[in-house]
Design a protein around this ligand. Sequence first.
Ligand code: ATP
Ligand code: ZN
Ligand code: ZN
Length: 823
Amino acid sequence: MELVARIALNAATYAIDKPYDYLVPPQLADRLVPGMRVIIPFGPGNRRTEGLVLALEEAAPAGVALKPVLTILDEEPVLDGQALKLALWMRERWFCTVYDAARAMLPAGLYYALQDRWKLADGVDRETAYEAAGKSEHARRVVEVVVSQADGADVATLRAAFGDKDPNPALRLLRDKGVLTLETSAARGVGDKTQQVAVLAIPPEEALAQVVPRRRSAPMRCAVVELLCALGEAAAKEICYFTGASMPTLRSLEKSGILTLEKREVYRRVAVEGVEPAVRPILNQEQQAAFAGLDALASAGKAAVALLYGVTGSGKTQVYLNLIYEALARGKSALVLVPEIGLTPQVMRLFAAHFGEQVAVLHSALRAGERYDEWKRIRSGKARVVVGTRSAVFAPLKDLGLIVLDEEQEASYKSENVPKYHAREVAKFRCVQQGALLVLASATPSIETMYQARQGIYRLFTLTRRYNQRELPPVDIVDMKEELRQGSGGDLSRPLLAALEEGAVRGEQSILLLNRRGASRMVTCGECGEAPDCPRCSIHLTYHSANGRLMCHYCGHSQPLPDACPHCGGAFNFIGAGTQKVEEELREALPGREILRMDADAVSATHSHETLLGRFEAENIPVLLGTQMVAKGLDFPNVTLVGVISADQSLYADDYRAGERTFALLTQVVGRAGRGEKGGRAIIQTFTPDNEVIRKAARQDYDGFYAQELALRELRGCPPFRDLFIITASGRLEGAVLRTCMRLRRTLEGWLALPAYREIHAKLLGPAPAAVARINERYRYRLTLACANTRPVREMVAALLRAAQTDKENKGVSVSADVNPLD
Ligand SMILES: Nc1ncnc2c1ncn2[C@@H]1O[C@H](COP(=O)(O)OP(=O)(O)OP(=O)(O)O)[C@@H](O)[C@H]1O
Ligand SMILES: [Zn+2]
Ligand SMILES: [Zn+2]
């Protein structure tokens, strides 16, 4: 019998991603565990590549000799058995490789970079090497480069020394003669951080007896020992700081056997400072009822999904804080996911106040070291409550009892990069694995989620009232067409301006939402109407005031704003009410009133999100104007007016979720008003006052919106009735991309006619150009397959991708798939 490791390859493409068998040599057998990464030879040239051990099996030697595992990279497995299963499931579900999934699950600080180095073989010296190179000029050059580098030459160095010649034939020749070997080393992105801790090695009395009599001659030794006797142990750095001693003093005390210096791991953390501990919230009757029902589910130890549907300000957060307290008391851990835009300093403080050091925070803005260290705190069990954005769904918590997805309808839960997972689905899978409860919380649940709840698949808990019986604010709709007719041409209607002024006079505050992504503006020529395009994408460039440049959001291209139109020399206009333009209009209309602008520009430049919001509250600034950042989660009691400057903007995008997004955004922002004792109101400006989505949002009529939207989805064949598999082909040559798409379409048509797939009842659409037809010089066309997301369909799509990737006719075209994309 021999020990065989089944290994997923880092370098595998989707078409060849499967477990590969390798022999585990006896000297590695007792260390290797599934979930560890290894270095293995792969392919005809036996290139060193990184692999992940999925399983180990005893097997009778097969006919062919297996290649061996060369090196183990991890001391402990980085993924446990459940995480490995999750990776395999993600592969099946989102058409990615196992390694794509594993990379999403691990902090980048754990990634290895493999480096190949050519060295002289054991026992070979320079002379022998030159001898072996003989007269070949290339071979002599190779030897020269290799011996000039202390620990061998990497490929880049060799290439550089060869100019445009290829060093590989010479390298192979010398390797075959036994002169050179290729070694692969692995370097990790981020190392563990340690600090030295001094620990008293003998009882305090003995230690003092040794140093106190010599206080005169060695005052530092004495001071250090006295401090240590008081503390037992302390970081070496701190001892030096408090006593003025230096490291040699500590080392000499170690030599005398009085103390020992130990290396301890420390965790890099972003401290949330000045947070007073909070007490567990006491719930009102309605909250208590929801909590009791949810807690019964959580304590049953069986996997379940629940929707906590509650109007804005009803206390959903208070309910799930209580659930976390209960989970911790049962010895379980808890995970709370918030949307990208929702992880505000307010939220971080809230969790720190309740759970202190037990909280770990994971989000994309952390530095690699911080992220890696939080990951370790979670894995070691030191942190048992995790708050984070999308990728935190993979946090390596043990004994998971509860996952909460706050604002579960948010688009940022769906990854737009490979692997294109949805955090809600991953959370569901983890809850099934662990027998845990998944709570989806929202005032405006996604249509899919509410549908599942109404079908009885998810349990439904409802909070109908705002906390303290506070009324939801009344909402007025202002028809901007009418405003135009009356001769007011700006972005701000007269009723809105009047309400802003009234609020300011009373010393109250207002929030204004500009419903538009980012702070960027489009630029057009006032003479010929041309708008500068990105040279690499089929999209107009937008102007960024922070750096004064035109930029492309898709490929990152940026260029200075030309003085004049390159076509006709005309002057540029800036269109679209950017926040800055509205700010100017506001300043004119409300002279002497302070206005705080919060958008990507204002936040990134000098002030953080937190300082801006802190000022808004502390200085009682009358008006806060911003993009979507101001719509969600903010809780300021003195805000009595909310205004939406342009409700229409997000409504007429051409994807099926536009209505849902707009409804949620309007409902959310209206919910920011009247949270305190004074009550409040909201004003929505629109060019389409009869639009049902806007009208229903103004009435906060989710049920009405749901009914209307569900009927529309059924008619159009969208989720939850059908899932959309989007197969995208992209490449530099438009014709080739289109031909690939046509071939894929014919293949699919053929398959769908087979008896095995007849049950699928799919609707096949396309090829059609993607919404942005060219990105980064690559054309993109897509096919849409609308049908229920079942195993046979996924198998069919997987087979299509594999066939597409291996078909020589598709050279230069890459093909990928996504399910229910949100863009
Ligand atoms: N049981 C309670 N005890 C004390 N304060 C409460 C309680 N329930 C709610 N509140 C207060 O009411 C406000 C709204 O509560 P919370 O933020 O939990 O609501 P939410 O439903 O999560 O709101 P949103 O959907 O708007 O984010 C907060 O200021 C919160 O402190
Ligand atoms: Zn022009
Ligand atoms: Zn571009």
